[in-house]
Design a protein around this ligand. Structure first.
Ligand code: ZN
Length: 478
């Protein structure tokens, strides 16, 4: 049964009929409906697909999606579209930081800090982030009520029994025996929610808990052996969820994680784990011992050890992603450099070793074709100049690792979207028909100088445009 006029019975026909009934003539001319399409014209388009920049480009947006992006010939502009003239400017995909930690339920209002941090990320052109494990349910609920934020994807932290119960065994150090509380307790005091897993547990129940919390994948944190990693990866993949983990996840090494089918590893310094035997890895339980042991073996030269290059080659072959998080380590080094009174510590030795070693491991990884995702390990807490940023990570990838600006940008757009997986891999990272309209317009060319990423004119997320000043005004007025 059809209740409505057919398509042929248009509004104009209706007007004529009504006009005839009323007896008085009505004007026949009607204002044409505006086309809901937005056309960004004359920009140089770098679409993140791997093709070169397109000058004098046309990018068509309707609602929250991209309709067409390419040369003027490829994308005809509808007659009544709303035009944005971007002559002389550069249009790139919204940036993706695939490694952040957003929720810290300590010292003050997490809601306000979180809101300001997310606005600031968006103002930098970061339209999507992946939280690498805090408290997915709490975080996502808080983000949902905020207006101006990047898209937030969340991972669920998983760790082995010894992360939760270390038996309060003392660690022998140069200063005597040091007692530490289990790392899980420190983490829980921040409001984070790691889940415990033993290799005899049902891995599908862990995946179900992660999904229940709203997480889109698992982040393996520590104290997981090869068998546990293998079972968790298989269970998560059965549910269509990706698994990432620290390189290494003690005792499982980065190579073992890659061979288990894990999707990606984070932190370049963790490749020091490859330099220990399986038995040695099993004894490196606490953070303290781990840092001392890493500082001893993680030299710049060790980055070329065949055990490490073999692991990297396997990752390249298997397509395992690598997120070096260099900027975070650089910030840690800067923290020690800025100290007025210098007291040598295990942590400082670790940080300094980790930085040089991590850089060299990253160079090896790039040389060997490992897929890189530009996650920064940014935290939404503490003094802003001490927080790692995606911009800082990209700068290091160009200046210290010698990636071209466009290769670095791919690691923060197309490849970061693939690294996150799920919806992100389907709809983000490139400017293509059907993808979300997440874009950044720059006044300067980022392909000649990555620093030009700081020339953001506006940010579009889901078709809605923000200017950096508008987003940051809330911060400035504090
Ligand atoms: Zn992290």
């Amino acid at each position: 049964m059809q209740l409505f006029p057919t398509a042929g019975f248009s509004a104009l026909t209706l007007t004529l009929v009504l006009g005839a009934c009323g007896g008085s003539p009505l004007p026949l001319r009607e204002a044409p409906a505006p086309d809901p399409t937005v056309a960004i014209v004359r920009a140089t388009l770098w679409d993140g697909t791997g093709r070169g920049p397109v000058s004098n480009a046309v990018t068509l947006i309707r609602g929250d999606r991209i309709l067409c992006a390419g040369s003027a010939g490829e994308c005809p502009v509808p007659r009544r579209a709303r035009i944005i003239d971007a002559n002389g400017q550069w249009l790139i995909p919204g940036l993706i930081d695939s490694h952040v930690h957003l929720l810290f339920l300590t010292a003050g209002s997490a809601t306000e800090e979180l809101s300001l941090d997310l606005r600031d990320l968006l103002a930098q052109g970061v339209t999507s982030v992946r939280d690498m494990g805090t408290n997915p349910a709490e975080l996502l609920a808080r983000v949902r009520i905020l207006e101006a934020t990047p898209r937030v994807y969340a991972m669920q932290l998983v760790a082995g029994r010894r992360f939760f119960f270390n038996g309060f065994q003392g660690t022998r150090t140069a200063r005597g025996v040091v007692f530490r509380q289990p790392p899980a307790m420190t983490m829980q005091s921040l409001g984070w929610t790691p889940i415990m897993y033993n290799s005899t547990d049902d891995p599908d129940s862990i995946v179900a808990m992660a999904r229940e919390a709203g997480a889109m994948g698992l982040k393996l944190y520590a104290q997981l052996d090869r068998e546990s990693v293998t079972k968790l990866v298989a269970a998560a993949h059965r549910a269509g969820m990706p698994v990432w983990g620290h390189a290494w996840v003690q005792p499982a090494s980065a190579l073992e994680q890659a061979l288990a089918g894990q999707d990606g590893v984070v932190h370049a310094a963790g490749f020091a784990g490859e330099l220990f035997t399986a038995e040695e890895r099993d004894t490196l339980v606490s953070d303290g011992i781990l840092q001392v042991a890493t500082a001893e073996v993680a030299t710049v030269g060790a980055a070329h050890d065949p055990r490490i290059t073999d692991a990297l080659d396997s990752m390249a072959r298997l397509g395992t992603f690598f997120e070096p998080t260099l900027d975070a380590t650089k910030h840690s080094v800067a923290y020690f450099n800025a100290k007025r009174r210098h007291i040598p510590s295990e942590q400082e030795e670790y940080v300094r070793a980790a930085f040089g070693f991590g850089m060299e491991v990253t160079r090896e990884a790039v040389r060997r074709g490992v897929r890189i995702s530009a996650g920064s390990d940014h935290v939404a807490y503490g003094p802003s100049n001490e927080r790692a940023s995606l911009f800082g990570e990209l700068r290091l990838l160009v200046d210290s690792i010698s990636l071209t600006p466009s290769a670095a940008l791919l690691a923060a757009t197309r490849d970061a979207a693939r690294a996150i997986g799920g919806e992100a891999a389907q709809r983000l990272g490139t400017i293509e028909p059907g993808h979300y309209a997440d874009l950044v317009l720059l006044s300067k060319n980022p392909l000649t100088d990555i620093d030009n990423l700081d020339s953001v004119e506006w940010i579009m997320k889901s078709g809605r445009i923000w200017r950096p000043g508008q987003l940051r005004s809330g911060i400035a007025s504090r």
